[in-house]
Design a binder for this molecule. Structure first.
Ligand code: SF4
Ligand code: MG
Length: 286
């Protein structure tokens, strides 16, 4: 599969380069955001999505600073509100694919209500949650996903409150598509994003993201010893929500990545089903 992706990308090199901007890069060296944005650009090109086929919405945070690093229609919204921003655009114009990026801080603190209702309503969009386990842009404060005991700028003696398991919350909200990627595996992320872009409904993709500046607890070296692909689990059934809920419990030793859960039976908010041309969808005028 990886070789196939590389060959196809070589054929589409010009399309990929067209998505690059010349804006100054402000991310730190070795930040996982490079891999995530790169994987999304590859997926867009491989899915043959042109400039008018998609729009990208960015929350506030280091992930949000990607908004000027891609040549596309991009919107930078308020902190924690990116899901509602993208969902509104998806409802107003169902002919485009709306893609939203948000960090763990914005998604599981300021915006956790939007996440819950985005999942429940199954808005037709792709949401990518950059999980670096801290508020990076504001210089390393603890988020709801920072591990216990970790010393952060807002918790110099170490975080005392146990973190949320983000997937546990997501899987309790009747999602229709749930995946987990890792910023160090661009090929796998590309494949996940491709399938998520084709999904008719709310595609939730968490990416475990290296943040070498403020998260020294779980650097790439830590992840590389613990990450496993879901395909390694014999007989894993991605339509079984309890199989997904069991496999995401471990955040410390064996962490599985890939497409973890898909419910093909759920209708998207727009009432569409796979295979129905969008022009024939009966949607609410706004
Ligand atoms: Fe990346 Fe962390 Fe630097 Fe932000 S602070 S750009 S997440 S390495
Ligand atoms: Mg973060």
């Amino acid at each position: 599969m990886e070789k196939k992706i590389t060959k196809k990308l070589l054929e589409k090199k010009a399309d990929l380069l067209a998505l690059e901007t010349e804006k100054l890069i402000t991310w730190c060296s070795n930040c996982g955001n490079y891999g995530i944005q790169n994987a999304l650009m590859r997926a867009l090109v491989l899915e043959e999505m042109g400039l008018n086929d998609f729009a990208i919405f960015f929350d506030v945070g280091c992930s949000g600073n990607g908004s000027d690093k891609i040549e596309a229609y991009t919107f930078h919204g308020l902190h924690g509100r990116v899901i509602s921003l993208a969902a509104g655009a998806a409802i107003a114009n169902p002919r485009i694919k709306c893609i939203a990026f948000g960090g763990d801080g914005a998604t599981f603190s300021e915006g956790v209500n939007h996440l819950v209702h985005g999942l429940r309503n199954n808005y037709p969009m792709l949401f990518v949650m950059h999980n670096n386990e801290n508020f990076g842009l504001t210089t390393g404060q603890a988020s709801a996903l920072t591990r216990c005991g970790v010393k952060m700028n807002s918790a110099p003696e170490g975080v005392e409150v146990p973190p949320l398991n983000p997937m546990d919350l997501v899987l309790s909200c009747k999602p229709s598509f749930v995946a987990k990627g890792y910023s160090g595996d661009v090929d796998q992320m590309t494949e996940i994003f491709q399938e998520a872009l084709r999904h008719d409904g709310f595609a939730y993709v968490e990416v475990l993201q290296a943040c070498p500046t403020y998260n020294r607890e779980t650097p790439d070296a830590w992840y590389s010893k613990r990450i496993h692909k879901i395909e390694e689990v014999e007989g894993y059934d991605r339509s079984d929500i309890w199989a997904a809920r069991r496999i995401i419990q471990d955040l410390d030793e064996k962490i599985y990545t890939g497409i973890l859960y898909v419910d093909e039976s759920r209708k998207s908010f727009m009432g569409n089903h796979k295979g129905v041309p969008v022009d024939e969808v009966d949607y609410v005028d706004v």
